[in-house]
Write a protein that binds this ligand. Structure first.
Ligand code: UDP
Length: 239
């Protein structure tokens, strides 16, 4: 283990779209391999890392409901989409020589393990990269909520949210060239300034449990390692 690491156990949330790269659907093998390599780098440096992966690159319940599908059925499909992504990530990690386990919030025992908290912690302690699939297992939630939930359960010191923007801005940086990035915000600042960081349920869970959250740009190579060494990339949201 590398003693220069600031964190011992973290949870990383990757959106389904993160896996898509420049495609408009599904998984880009080059992108998932690059993400896997960055995750392995920090695991090898001694950081226990759990992942929550979204499913938006395949299906989202809300989107399916807009086209007329029953919302709960759509959410079930969305959760299954996260399992597909989790399996792809496990494969990418193992191809690069790491050990990983997919643990699902809904039972699909022929495909992966069930999520059991104590077992998840054991995997992390043994240096396996645990991938928490199927979100919270409940419709009407998102994988952001799942990330907040699993981070709390496993005692993660930091929740990382990898996005396409390098943090939280006071206005949309794509539309406003003068947009200013916040380096730090408290949970109360986020509410007072009405900033959109995560959905409300996920946000409430982080705030109530005082989980520090760092939003960063996943496209910046090496960012994950730098953050876990203590560099203040992106925006930190704290209690
Ligand atoms: N989902 C759900 N419950 C959960 C997590 C996810 O029903 O606890 C469903 C929901 O339909 C969601 C889809 O799975 O739209 C994919 O997850 P999400 O939208 O969070 O993926 P991301 O935007 O991160 O790719």
């Amino acid at each position: 283990t590398d003693t220069s690491m600031k964190y011992r156990r973290v949870l990383l949330k990757l959106s389904g779209e993160a896996l898509m790269g420049n495609e408009d659907y599904g998984i880009d093998p080059i992108v998932i391999k690059a993400l896997a390599a960055e995750i392995i780098e920090v695991q090898k440096a001694g950081v226990q890392i759990g992942l929550v992966i979204g499913g938006g690159n395949i299906f989202r319940g809300a989107g399916l409901a807009e086209s007329g599908m029953d919302r709960v059925t759509g959410d079930h499909m969305g959760m299954l989409a996260t399992v597909i992504n989790a399996l792809a990530m496990a494969d990418a990690l193992e191809k690069l020589g790491a050990f990983s386990r997919v643990m699902s919030a809904i039972k699909i025992n022929e495909v992966c393990e069930d999520y059991i908290r104590r077992r998840a912690v054991r995997h992390l302690e043994k240096g396996r990269i645990a991938i928490f699939a199927a979100g919270t297992g409940n419709p009407f939630f998102t994988t952001d909520s799942a990330a907040a939930l699993r981070a709390t359960e496993i005692g993660a010191e930091l929740l990382l949210k990898a996005t396409k923007v390098d943090g939280i801005y006071d206005s949309d940086p794509k539309k406003n060239p003068g947009a200013k990035r916040y380096e730090q915000l408290s949970y109360d600042d986020v509410i007072a300034r009405n900033l959109q960081v995560m959905d409300t349920a996920a946000f409430a869970l982080c705030r109530d449990n005082s989980i520090p959250l760092r939003i960063y740009d996943m496209m910046q190579p090496g960012a994950l390692m730098r953050i876990l060494r203590g560099e203040p990339l992106g925006t930190l949201v704290h209690a």
